[in-house]
Ligand binder design. Sequence first.
Ligand code: PHE
Ligand code: NA
Length: 457
Amino acid sequence: MENRAQWGTRVGFLLAAMGSAIGLGNIWRFPATAYDSGGGAFIVPYLFALLTAGIPLLIMEYTIGHKYRGSAPKSFGRIKKGFEWLGWWQVAISFVISTYYAVIIAWAIMYAFYSFNLTWGDDPTAFFVGDFLELADAGAIGGLVPKVLLPLLAVWVITLGFLARGVKKGIEVANKIFIPLLVVLFLIIVVRAVTLEGAADGLSAFFTPEWNRIADPNVWVAAYGQIFFSLSIAFAIMVTYSSYLPKKSDITNNAFITGFANSSFEILAGIGVFAAVGFMAFQYDTSVGQLAAERGVGGIGLAFMVFPEIVSQIPGIPGLFGFLFFASLVLAGLSSLISITETYVAAVSEKFNVSRIKAVLLGGGLAGVISLLYATRGGLSILDTVDHFINTFGVALSGLVEIVALAWLARSIKGLKEHANQTSDIMLGNWWVVCLQVITPIVLGYMMVQNLILELS
Ligand code: PHE
Ligand code: NA
């Protein structure tokens, strides 16, 4: 315990935590979710979810890592014997996410290069499923797609390379490079996007509030789902990262900073994406609503089908805009992938008492091999299915079980509160306990049932 690796600086930890939080979820999940869930009115459930669930749980996870100083299985096991499995369950989810996250980053690397020559041609959708993924007919499963292999190898070499170098020299250094660079690149994109013709229509479609939607429980479920996924909560990540915090660390403050930084980036992404979509609508002489309904404005479709189309039409230097967009996806993705992979690297090396390097080679190697599954013809539909289940069940279930097990069954909440309060000048009061023990589990429980009903209907 005494020799546990530590972050070099507070900023280093914060950048790593933000690096984990800021990911594909910010760029292609938030804008679409907010747009579909009331536009500007979404801010109400969203902020409510951030303040009653996101930040309180982040504080809880930071406190657990800081107090028990172990990977998720180890820390949970230290809270209560027998709860180690909860850590392994979360680590397992992270493992699964890492296998397909890596492939999406690999695609983005290829598309960053394609941007320069607008390789996707006149019909980016046909190019993506046809030439790029080699999907003769959708859903067909076949051999490996060679185009994806080299970038996929690069993704794993970079990720595992940084992880092998350890917490301070590896993870911290990576995030100190990636995150500032990401912010700069993304700001350039947003500035360019909002100065395009039609941008104002996109922004007004995004921000115009539909207040009546606040009465829809599904909108609240969407807000909580977004916050959980976006803050990397209940995936073993934040517990692991905070286990490397030095004794003197302001936990509660750190959680607020991480939460607000992530949300700021989300809103920024919403502005960038919808300004660009407004531009596209202008080009096609249609409305943003029509375009969004026909094409969708989130996920893989947004990044690899809609965006290339937008890029091709941008006046000036279209290749540069495309490159910046896909490079942002790569940076945001890599910093998240590093954090997801670290969950099992840390857990395995602690459990089996092997060196970090061995755990990296073992865990990362296995994940790398499994990720080849999504680099096959038909890999896209496997990816969609796995991602769908993670989003509908993984996130809510994992959060719910974590709260019930730790905040209720293990009776650890009082001790955690005292521990956090010793570190910070922001004092946690009863509001924190009520958020964790009452509000969040009710919403997550409702979310589970709701998703189950949707799934079965
Ligand atoms: N939080 C990251 C995002 O918003 C993604 C992520 C999810 C990272 C789950 C790790 C685990 O994209
Ligand atoms: Na995020």
